[in-house]
Design a protein around this ligand. Sequence first.
Ligand code: COA
Ligand code: AMP
Length: 630
Amino acid sequence: MSYQSEYQRALDDPQAFWRDQAANLPWYQAPRQILSKDENGMHRWFADGSMNTAYMALDWHVQQGRGEQLAVIYDSPVSGQKLKLSYADLLEQVALFAGVLKARGVEKGDRVVIYMPMVPEALVAMLAVARLGAIHSVVFGGFAPHELALRIDDAQPKIVVSASCGIEVNKIIEYKPMLDAAIERATHKPQHCIVLAREQAPAQLIPGRDLDWHEAMSDAKAADCVPVQGSDPLYILYTSGTTGKPKGVIRDNGGHAVALKYSMQAIYNMRPGEVFWAASDVGWVVGHSYIVYGPLLAGCTTVLYEGKPVKTPDAGAFWRVVQEYGVKALFAAPTAFRAIKKEDPEARTLARYNLGRLQTIFMAGERLDPPTYDWVVKHTGKPVVDHWWQTETGWAICANPVGIENMPPKPGSATLPVPGFDVQILDGNGQALPPGQQGAIAIKLPLPPGCLPSIWGNHERFCAGYLRDYPGYYCSGDGGYKDNDGYVFIMGRTDDVINVAGHRLSTGEMEEILAAHPAVAECSVIGMQDDLKGQVPVGLVLLKDGVQIDEQQLQDELVVMVRSEIGPIACFQRAIIVQRLPKTRSGKILRKLLRQIADGKDYTVPSTIDDPASLAEIEGLMRQRGLARV
Ligand code: COA
Ligand code: AMP
């Protein structure tokens, strides 16, 4: 089958196309309704199918004779540990931990927050929640207590599962004090916390509330899978929007399983028994889809890597793992390869390893800049696939679908829309733009299986944020264009979201934090291009009248505030004092213009600007401080 005919079939008859894909999974009761509408009027896939995602990912494979095959390879250079779990081993652990949760009252539809580092128990916890038909919400370990508290209040979990610590390069990150601080701050109080004690740090358990993971597992009784409907939620994953309140993206069970199973073959060209490695973190969507669910639904072996691309111990870490486990497909963020390139520009460490079984390298999470693309292709000799997706979609919107047909790559492009996604470039009035012209990237409804049906607890936010700008379309928040061959080029966000080292962050949220400083009257946070991390945030700050503060002191205080409210991954390190911020006559800060100045791009002075002189002034200041590309 060619890409074009497969894409056209999904476009012409989506119900038939996705019914066929759904037939590749073991449902308890196959769905009769392929596409329907819910009480909000939203499209839903496979709503009446009866299933359990953990059953599809584990039990079924064991029943099919895959029990002895490796399900998970845990490789942790930061702790010196390695562990291999077969499908039978993983199933046993998951059923037991589901028993632990069940014994503490977790039932279908209940929420469980998981705040854990990259350890096998994180996967066990996720799958155990899924086994009970409950809903997990994994929170990335690099987030500070405030962020965790926001998520606890929004998801209202019965239980939080955590660990005593995570391990970063040469430092231990104690999770338990952060968990305690978050629960202290949150209005909602979970009934229990189950804490995995790691030897690198002790955990002080609070009697009555906290339980030790190993103790709880020692007398647990295995729990069975609880059937759910295809449209029941599997997880909530919070992602940055334009305000300080993260958005809880809901993922359903049915569409998710079908989309991921399809993608493992169509996009990643993976077969059962082969080894897949997504070098991400379970706290991000890439980790959910391609460390945990995708590879297991497809009967593959997944690599769980607790380490960095560099410094654990060196720039050869990725190549070592690829060789050691015979990885067929490697998926990582471009920033990881930029880090390797920086430490090992001639790729000398590569010569120590045999990448013979590696077929393709996939990248996503941020723009793949052509120099990084060229470097990886040149030194590895492997095809590199840039693919574009978002937490909201859960799988790739545009990719080179090498499992269907290997399309000729074009550096700078995420290649072509994946079957199921009708991608259009629209102007401000919602009209389709011709090839070569840049506009908003939108996806015609219905979205294919796997994409979000709503925002947890706030359907209006979903409608306002994604559906209202272009009726009949999902608005991605990214801008870009298509070329004459239909290849899609993603040019960056059109809103206040930035991508720092492949991590999605809200500048609006950072502005709210800076604005809380007693010296700050107004501020704007923009993403500035960075050679390693893609973008880094920079604060432009206007002081309150009469306030005197040294710029360095203010910067230091703001850095501490962002670090303690959002966390170290915000990478907020620069703030400068400005005399004026360019604004429209109605008082809106012209952020887009500031971004254009920072990126050294040409810009047109908008007619709505209140004080055109402010622009030249700020441009001069940013240049002087090295905050604008020349
Ligand atoms: N738990 C706690 N802290 C964490 C963390 C975690 N899971 N992940 C990162 N941090 C901390 C880091 O220790 C660092 O803290 P510091 O300021 O005290 O040094 C800070 O957050 C920034 O981390 P990071 O942006 O990762 O920078 P780095 O210099 O440590 O590493 C890279 C740079 C490029 C090696 C790293 O960012 C990387 O591997 N990126 C790939 C990202 C990725 O896979 N994203 C997933 C999307 S597909
Ligand atoms: P996240 O929800 O964290 O996965 O971040 C999604 C955002 O990352 C997208 O909206 C894009 O802005 C950016 N992104 C992801 N993949 C790519 C890509 N291949 N090219 C350019 N930007 C990307």
